[in-house]
Ligand binder design. Structure first.
Ligand SMILES: [Zn+2]
Length: 326
């Protein structure tokens, strides 16, 4: 490949060439060589004028494009636009709105919204390993409240929020940070009750890890019962840091998350908050650090690899067959 684009502007120019789009995606979609998605054969011929392949075996649906079995498959939007949208989502630190994508790549705002939805969904899947490890592996756990101007909310939504209880109309996001890996997991949870928080820790963090939380009662039994975590709490009424016991790392993530929501996502709906949290988690976990000097191209490339490398269509991701909103 020629030199990789390093900026959004360079990426727009680079991917305006359909061959660059194709080569870039092939390298990530078919890492071990192009094969027929129907029969698995590598005996395929490239039809250069149409930029598609044809399987040499005689069977139905022998022709396929690089979009096959990806979230791009059933979309009429061209790859150059898709790739630029991925670049923006992967690299805009405080998030990017569907309005900005609409203006940047020339699709309707509605299309931009659906593109973002698909990209975020595809970025989310993955990371099956658990955080933490032994007692020497430190993990911070915390929750935060987002949004919640209840009086401005539509009546039906008010009812839903009041039913959730205890959150005063605010959405609750729970986060877990593995200090050693610098990796965050975060998700929207229904409330701050023990049963909404502790099972999530058990699912994401290896038993026996050291877990730091604030003094909230929901976390009280982390150190006994079946979990066997080494649990230490910081009482925020007394101090914010007690040696290594603090939750400043995950709180740093909260401030990034809220900066994005407060600025770019002025009108973010709690119902879409989970998607936005996923996006911020992706950027955070792939930020440049001393150990991992990632640039914008690296982050974009990783996002594309995550998206097409999984070979999942939108219908498979959502379980909604035949949903083609754009
Ligand atoms: Zn075939």
């Amino acid at each position: 490949m020629a030199s990789d684009p390093k900026t959004l502007q360079a990426a727009i120019v680079y991917f305006a060439d359909p061959d660059n789009c194709l080569n870039f995606l092939v390298a990530r979609r078919f890492r071990d060589g192009v094969f027929c998605p129907r029969c698995g054969s590598k005996e395929v011929r490239f039809l250069a004028t149409r930029r598609i392949w044809e399987c040499k075996s005689k069977h139905a649906k022998r022709q396929f494009s690089v979009k096959i079995n990806t979230i791009f498959e059933d979309s009429p939007i061209s790859l150059d636009k898709w790739l630029v949208a991925v670049w923006m989502i992967a690299n805009c630190k405080n998030g990017v709105s569907s309005y900005e994508i609409h203006r940047a790549i020339g699709v309707t705002q509605k299309s931009a919204w659906f593109m973002m939805h698909r990209i975020r969904l595809a970025l989310k899947v993955g990371s099956f390993h658990k955080l933490g490890g032994g007692p020497e592996n430190e993990v911070e756990v915390d929750e935060t409240f987002v949004g919640g101007k209840l009086r401005n909310m539509h009546k039906d939504k008010k009812v839903i929020y009041n039913k959730r209880g205890g959150t005063f109309g605010k959405a609750v996001v729970m986060g877990i940070l593995d200090r050693g890996r610098g990796e965050v997991r975060a998700k929207v949870v229904p409330d701050t009750k023990r049963d909404s928080l502790v099972p999530h820790i058990a699912k994401q963090v290896k038993y026996g890890s050291t877990v730091y939380t604030d003094e909230a009662v929901q976390y009280q039994d982390l150190s006994h019962s079946q979990y066997a975590y080494m649990h230490d709490v910081i009482n925020h009424a007394e101090a914010y840091v007690k040696g290594r016991v603090h939750t400043n790392g995950i709180e740093n993530f909260w401030s990034l998350l809220k900066r994005g929501i407060g600025g770019t996502y002025v009108a973010v709906e709690p119902f879409h908050l989970d998607r936005y949290v996923d996006e911020q988690v992706f950027r955070y976990n792939n930020r440049a650090t001393a150990d991992n000097p990632m640039n914008d191209f690296d982050r974009f490339s990783l996002a594309v690899t995550n998206i097409v490398g999984k070979r999942l269509t939108y219908a498979e991701l959502t379980g909604k067959e035949g949903e083609t909103a754009f």
